[in-house]
Structure formats: C-alpha cells, structure tokens
Design a protein around this ligand. Structure first.
Ligand SMILES: Cc1cc2nc3c(=O)[nH]c(=O)nc-3n(C[C@H](O)[C@H](O)[C@H](O)COP(=O)(O)O)c2cc1C
Length: 142
C-alpha cells in the first residue's frame, strides 16, 4: 500500500505537521511546490492551512488535476487560527473526482495573536495519532 503526504504552506505550520505524520508513517513529506507526481496511491494525506476562509489556490489546483485512477483515497489535515474552518472546497473537488475522503482533522494554527504558539507539540501529537489510526484502518502501515 502506497501512502503519500503532500503539503502546501505559507507560514510552515503545514510543513511541520506533514513532516511529523510522514516520519511516523515512514514516508517522506512533499511540498506541493516540488510538483509531486502521484501514481498508484492508496492513501493521500493533504496538509494545508486556511487563508481568508479558503485553502491555498496551489493546493486546490493540485487536487483539481488528480485522477481517481492514480489516487484511491485521501484524508485532510487542516490548520487554522479559528480551529473551526475546514477545507470544504478541497473535499468537494476530491469527491467530484471519485476520490474517497476518509476524514478531516482540524488543528489549531495561529494568525498574529490568535492561537499564538500553535501548532504546538501536543497539537502535532494529536494530528499524528489521527493520521496513524486512519492509515492503520486502511491497512497502509508499512
Ligand atoms: C494571510 C493569512 C490569512 C489567514 N486567514 C485565516 C482564516 O481565514 N481563518 C483562520 O481560521 N485562520 C486563518 N489564518 C491562519 C492560518 O490558517 C494558520 O496559521 C495555518 O496554520 C497556516 O498554515 P501554514 O503555516 O501551513 O501556512 C490565516 C493566516 C494567514 C497568514
């Protein structure tokens, strides 16, 4: 089973989360800027923040180009200062393509003083636990 961890970031929180998940699952964390090519992926983690209520356009574009023949299922890891906003547009895009969305977890991020200091160690731990349990559920642990 092939697992990939892809992130898009403005202020590096998603990088931090993606790297922790990837390390736990024994795979690499890949920045969307590197133009990752997905082929035969069983479980795709998409890690990103929220900016003005939306996902980063680069992440939406990337998902817009995915093909369900190359990616079976996905999970969303989102961070935002409100800890309330999910990546609904990203989820809809995946679903329209027939890529199963297993779930989304929202992590406390920060913006100026809102959520200052997050994501912290305990946030990262919670996200890794979520990712690990999904990977175990679908039999994607190496
Ligand atoms: C320009 C900008 C706009 C943001 N807009 C929102 C927002 O609308 N809602 C929210 O909850 N957080 C917002 N945030 C906070 C980020 O979503 C949060 O810090 C997230 O962890 C950033 O992820 P990143 O470091 O991977 O870019 C914003 C942050 C920035 C820099």
């Amino acid at each position: 089973m092939k697992t990939r961890v892809i992130y898009a970031t403005m202020t590096r929180h998603s990088k931090k989360l993606a790297e922790a998940i990837a390390k736990n699952l024994n795979v690499g964390a890949e920045n969307i800027k590197g133009g990752p090519i997905l082929d035969d992926v069983d479980l795709l983690f998409l890690v990103g923040g929220i900016y003005g209520g939306q996902s980063l356009p680069a992440l939406l574009d990337f998902v817009g180009q995915l093909d369900s023949r190359n990616v079976k299922r996905a999970a969303l890891i989102t961070s935002c200062a409100s800890k309330r906003q999910g990546q609904q547009a990203l989820r809809s895009l995946l679903e329209e393509k027939g890529i199963d969305v297993l779930g989304e977890v929202i992590c406390q991020g920060s913006f100026l003083l809102m959520g200052f200091g997050h994501p912290n160690q305990s946030d990262v731990h919670e996200i890794v636990r979520f990712a690990r349990s999904l990977a175990e559920e679908v039999g994607a642990i190496l």
